[in-house]
Design a protein around this ligand. Structure first.
Ligand code: ADP
Ligand code: MG
Length: 898
């Protein structure tokens, strides 16, 4: 190639022309494999010498406005001259490095203050179009390809340098490859159809793969697109070949110099390629893939992930996955590589090929269901981008943003569904308004007109006392009073109450429920209390009977195991209005029970009841007020999400005079100390619980382990005491039988598994001994502990753990010091996430794929945004909200089906 004739003209070249020419020459040198054939005679070295002289002249003429001296303190042209001096003597890899550096230095002339004088415009060879968030800086080791200028390939000189043909256009690696801008065309109807099409629409998916994908729950193209990877392997950091670490998975980029197949001693084929960059060379190896010989062309760039290993005196790079960037996007290496859930016969590579296709073809056409005003409020990534980034992220930041967007969607749909349910409920048929004067409940309330005057219709039952609080053996706590007032305010309205009452174990929820039931009865309405187990129902039955007896109110019990005679009597009393309150298990809602006038439904231990049961009660032909009680302390944000359709009251104050439970953490070797205490307490007439080690594998195994432990304790440790066993595999009637025996003092020590929530009030029990305590969540331990300390006697909780590590010790120490269930729940949420005290399935919520309940800020954002939107357009009836409404419907519909 000849230098341009301008060199010899009278007018000296302008600085801009000079820089452009250097760029041109160096890029050409790069493209043609650094053979130093580009400039004749004298090669690159001679050219750059002349060029530097001309540049100095241009600088003297003042054409280079501000001298951008580099880090070395030199002018760039001088630095380039230094760099390329001795170029001819270098080997091609070293040359490549020098050229790359020189091209980078040429860019120094493009600094803002220089460019005006030197180069008004620079060819846009690397479009960084679009409003996408910042991309990562190019990683080192990547070819400096952005300076390439186009040039007919046939003008490249040829010789016998190892590369047989001119190098192809250098590859663009993912970190710097702009994702193709949103498709240049408007979405077409067929794009939407493609999303709905069977997955066989994806090239390569035939009947066999279709079956395999179906096993993963993937049937349509949309399913595949929304089947997000479990995680990503970070193969995006390209390391220089000279710096590849031994025995560690790493990724590198190099040029293939030669490839050959070899035979190993045991008859396998080993494909060996010599791959190098400017820092060194390595032998890359593959086993038993002889066909690779044809697929790895000399002179091509290769990105490969593998492990550098030493075999005797040989060093090899055992390749795990590789790709030739010139041949298309990197999918399996050189990037954040998606890792999908797979099934037999479906390999990671094949799966990636499928997902890559759907992402490229379909992601841009995923309809955005978030209305623009929501998008702009939340500053979330558009859905098409988020879907694409979830699979093939350009970098970690964008992946995080994509995840945030999709997690938001889930939480947002939950919130909108809750708001819909709540609105339906509140705007449905009216509930009976039940006004009561405060004086009926509180001793210190100003006396108002008697109930009857307030309630001209008259109750079914004449009340035989006039003030609830004065009938109690204690004064109500402040929290109880506040909560009762909140409930009464709800019940006064014709809008059905839908309230959650949260209160730690022992905080006195039963009294609050009794107050609400009394208010209903005063208005002539019946109440029902639903409990999760028979024994709890019995307990409530006795408790409520005692609390309501002073008012002459008749309470009945309804359970599945009752004798027919009792059950029929209870049913009759409810149907003819003789009974004011019914307490029972599912039997209350399942069997043909009818109420004369149901006005209030109370559900205890809400998390055991699904949404369906709650609704069943509501739908028993009545539209009662609803009070839901739970002892599981749920941090507020989480409660708002799980029970977004409920108002929340909190009993955050314990009745005075409780003796704190002495909690002790002990290693397993100190078990004898705990046993001695158990024996001692039993000798004094008290009772004890022993919670068996947690067996996470299955309930069956846990039951088995508990049975063994029970036998050991019964025969070897406490042979003289009466022991009982309850576990999750027992029939409910059997469980209840043992629990009753314990309650009635016929059993001294109750051995139980974790699945049995011993939610029973046995005031005589004073010791709670928990094996393997470090494996339980704090909230759960707190629940166990709440089973003791319910009576007048000092109580103890022993936390045994075999060899708890530091973290476990710390957690157990928290429990030793705190008896505040909410603080413990918060700690749990922070330390272990919500799953530990609240499985999603139990919570009655749609399954989350991306979001986690621990993401408090995002939860809050979703809730806030949902309420904001709902206020502007309740039920999302506006046309522009139709796509969102549809998604809410589908999301909840799919869930309700289970
Ligand atoms: P929870 O159901 O919230 O765990 P309970 O309603 O069973 O608690 O009450 C626990 C115990 O505390 C019961 O024996 C109850 O009589 C007693 N109790 C309730 N409220 C008070 C109060 N204000 N002062 C003293 N004791 C109370
Ligand atoms: Mg209770």
């Amino acid at each position: 190639m000849q230098e341009t004739p301008a060199r010899t003209g009278k007018q000296p070249d302008s600085a801009r022309q000079l820089i452009e020419r250097a760029r041109h020459i160096l890029a050409h040198e790069q493209r043609s494999g650094h053979q130093d054939n580009v400039v004749k005679p004298g090669g690159i070295e001679a050219f750059i010498e002349r060029w530097a002289t001309q540049m100095r002249a241009a600088r003297d003429r003042g054409e280079i406005a501000a001298p951008p001296a580099g880090a070395s303190g030199r002018f760039p042209e001088v630095a380039i001259l230094h760099l390329l001096t001795g170029y001819r003597a270098l080997d091609p890899m070293q040359r490549a490095a020098k050229i790359r550096a020189a091209l980078a230095l040429l860019d120094a002339f493009d600094t803002p203050n220089a460019s005006a004088a030197v180069r008004p415009s620079r060819p846009a060879t690397t479009p960084t179009s679009g409003p996408r968030p910042s991309r990562e800086a190019p990683r080192f080791g990547q070819p400096a390809n952005s300076h390439t200028t186009r040039r007919p390939a046939d003008s490249a000189p040829e010789d016998d340098w190892p590369l047989a043909k001119p190098l192809p256009k250098p590859p663009v690696l993912p970190a710097e490859r702009p994702r193709p801008a949103m498709p240049p065309r408007e979405p077409r109807p067929e794009d939407a159809y493609l999303l709905q099409a069977a997955v066989t629409a994806v090239p390569g998916v035939g009947a066999t793969q279709e079956t395999r994908l179906a096993r993963l729950g993937i049937q349509t193209v949309r399913d595949l697109l929304f089947d997000f990877p479990r995680e990503h392997h970070d193969y995006s950091t390209l390391q220089k070949i000279g710096q590849l670490p031994f025995d560690q998975v790493s990724t590198t980029l190099g040029l293939i110099w030669e490839v050959e197949n070899k035979r190993t001693k045991n008859g396998r084929t080993r494909t060996v390629a010599r791959v190098s960059d400017e820092t060194g060379a390595v032998y890359a190896t593959w086993f038993n893939q002889p066909y690779l010989l044809k697929q790895l062309p000399r002179g091509a760039h290769i990105v490969m992930t593998g492990t550098k290993q030493r075999f005797g005196n040989r060093v090899e790079f055992a390749v795990k996955s590789h790709e030739l960037p010139e041949q298309g996007d990197l999918i399996n290496t050189g990037r954040l590589v998606p890792v999908y859930a797979l099934t037999e016969g479906l390999s990671p590579k094949v799966m990636r090929r499928f997902t890559k296709w759907v992402v490229d073809r379909c992601a841009p056409f995923v309809p955005e269901h978030l209305p623009p005003e929501v998008r702009s409020r939340t500053k979330l990534m558009p859905l098409p981008d988020a879907v694409a980034e979830m699979h093939y992220p350009q970098n970690g930041d964008l992946l995080a943003e994509a995840r945030r967007r999709l997690a938001f969607d889930e939480l947002f749909l939950i919130q909108l569904g809750m708001l819909t349910r709540r609105a339906n409920w509140k705007e449905g048929p009216p509930a009976p308004a039940m006004p009561v004067p405060e004086s009926l409940l509180f001793a210190d309330a100003p006396t108002e007109e008697p109930v009857a005057a307030n309630n001209p219709g008259g109750g079914l039952w004449p009340l035989t006392a006039s003030c609830f609080e004065t009938t109690l053996p204690f004064a109500l706590t402040g929290a109880q009073k506040r909560t009762i007032r909140e409930i009464l305010a709800d019940m006064r309205k014709m809008q059905p109450m839908s309230r959650l009452l949260q209160g730690d174990v022992g905080s006195g929820k039963t009294v609050v429920a009794a107050a609400a039931l009394l208010a209903a009865a005063a208005n002539g309405y019946q109440g029902a209390l639903l409990a999760p187990t028979e024994i709890l129902a019995e307990q409530h039955y006795r408790g409520l009977s005692a609390l309501l007896a002073p008012f002459g109110l008749h309470v009945v019990l309804l359970t599945g195991s009752q004798r027919a005679k009792e059950r029929n009597a209870a049913r009759d009393a409810l149907a003819n209005g003789q009974a004011a309150v019914a307490v029972g298990t599912h039997a209350l809602i399942q069997e043909g029970v009818s109420f004369a006038k149901l006005g209030l439904a109370v559900v205890d231990e809400q998390h055991r009841f699904g949404v369906a049961q709650r609704d069943a009660l509501r739908q028993k032909g009545y539209n009662p007020h609803m009070l839901v009680m739970t002892a599981t302390p749920i941090p507020r944000t989480l409660a708002l999400t799980l029970y977004g359709d409920l108002d929340v009251s909190v009993l955050d104050e314990m009745p005075a005079g409780r003796q704190p439970i002495i909690t002790r953490w002990r290693s397993g070797t100190q078990r004898q100390e705990a046993y001695r205490l158990v024996a001692q307490e039993v000798a004094e007439g008290r009772q004890a619980y022993i919670i068996c080690p947690l067996v996470e594998e299955s309930e069956t195994l846990e039951a088995k382990a508990a049975t063994q432990e029970y036998e050991r304790l019964r025969t070897q440790v406490f042979p003289d005491l009466r022991l009982g066993l309850v576990h999750g595999q027992m029939r409910p009637t059997e469980k209840d039988r043992v629990m009753r025996a314990f309650r009635d003092g016929e059993v001294d020590i109750l051995v139980a598994t974790s699945v049995v929530e011993v939610g029973v009030d046995v005031p005589n029990a004073t010791v709670m001994l928990i094996e393997d305590a470090d494996r339980f969540g704090l909230s759960q331990l707190h629940q166990f502990r709440g089973r003791v300390g319910r009576g007048a006697h000092q109580s103890y909780c022993y936390l045994l753990s075999q060899e708890a590590g530091m973290a476990a010790r710390e957690r157990l120490a928290v429990l030793e010091q705190t008896s505040d269930g909410f603080a413990l729940a918060d700690a749990d949420l922070r330390l272990r996430g919500p799953g530990d005290f609240f499985g999603t399935r139990q919570s009655g919520l749609p399954e989350l794929k991306v979001a986690t309940m621990a993401d408090t800020p995002l939860l809050a954002l979703a809730r806030e945004t949902a309420e904001w939107l709902w206020q502007r357009d309740p039920y999302l009836r506006a046309l522009e909200h139709a796509p969102l409404r549809e998604r809410v419907f589908l999301f909840w519909h799919n869930f309700a089906a289970h």
